[in-house]
Design a protein around this ligand. Sequence first.
Ligand code: GAP
Length: 440
Amino acid sequence: MSTVSPDPELFDKIVNLSKRRGFVFQSAEIYGGFRSTYDYGPLGVLLLRNVKDAWWRSMVQERHDVVGLDASILSPPQVWQASGHLANFSDPLVDCTNCNARHRLDKLDDPEVCPSCGAEGSFTEAREFNLMFKTHAGPVTETAAEVYLRPETAQGMFINFANVLNTSRKKPPFGIAQIGKSFRNEITPGNFVFRTREFEQMEMEFFVPPAESQQWYEYWCQVRMDWYLDLGMNPDKLILRAHDDDELSHYSSGTSDVEYLFPWGWDELEGIANRGDFDLTQHANASGEKLDFFDQATNERYTPHVIEPAAGATRTAMAFLMDAYDEEVVNDETRTVLRLDHRLAPYKVAVLPLSKKDTLTPTALRVFDAIKGRWMTDYDETQSIGKRYARQDEVGTPYCVTVDFDSLEDRAVTVRERDSREQDRVSLDQLEGYLDERLS
Ligand code: GAP
């Protein structure tokens, strides 16, 4: 078990850095802000995309047994009736009669004490509050036109099971993966982008012969833990926690959460669940379609069981940001550095002409043009070189390439590495190879 303790001060540092450097902005800020929704700025959109790309690469591209999907966000009530979300996807809500604060009963440390005002016994009876966003399709606001914004991407995979099976020539064990937005009318959104009403998920449904479900469940728990570690997450801040029996959904025979040590303590990044045949059976019964598999080798027809690794993209991006944040004292000054794995870093390279003088600009732009197709590259000619290095360290850029006056003579540039601050002089015709060796 980890002996590391949470760092509460990190939270404000990350929120400030996110705003100051353009990772994450409060949505509709010029109108006072729209609570619990966030916009990803120029650097945030790159980090988030890199997290999603890393997931897609390991879950789809590098596997022969998983295919992708991009299902619609709007869906008819039948889907959510069959999945159980209309009946069960709710949280118990209590109101404090003293201060009017609303809380989730299941998240209270003491169900008798309001954490907002300290009043005791001031809560109303709990009522179940369904978390799905409902809207209407078409111009008529009537019950027949009711549709829902999906609260998870998972159901898209279940309702397309037969389509994918018939078109991809896959057979169990195989998976369908999807990345996309989901929406939940959370009662208590908070902790920055950790719990929001609009967020992105990265989910995969892995369909297996029933007898193999436990072995695949254990396999996916391991594979998913390894994904975070391979991308550089601190192993002391990551655990796999198996759910107790009373936490399990009635159809699940095993669920484990990947948890990260956030500034407020351990909390969930991803859930890996052994869902049995619940989802396919529910949709088969409700739709009247066959959602099973005929195994020609054994002459058997069966409904596959499902192992589901379900992660949050936005939540994971924030965890990587927090995990990479570091401060160190160099020459009596504190330097902030994001020690992000280069696959996640928003910019891989920054090209920095030593001065804004016209004499350096053409060479610096030629360097930028030569590498921009390979790596996301920043070009910055403002401020002193020291300040520009500091700005790149703070957003995690692994390599800074400085074009100086000598470059015009020796056709070489200085390459500075983020973590060690070590510098190499590299000739222009070897620059791409030098970066390729370190960034591939
Ligand atoms: N299909 C199963 C499912 O959706 P979940 O545990 O409810 O399971 C999976 O969600 C992941 O989605 C969570 O582990 C979390 O990373 C992310 N997630 C869920 N609700 C979220 C919210 N309100 N804001 C941000 N991320 C959320």
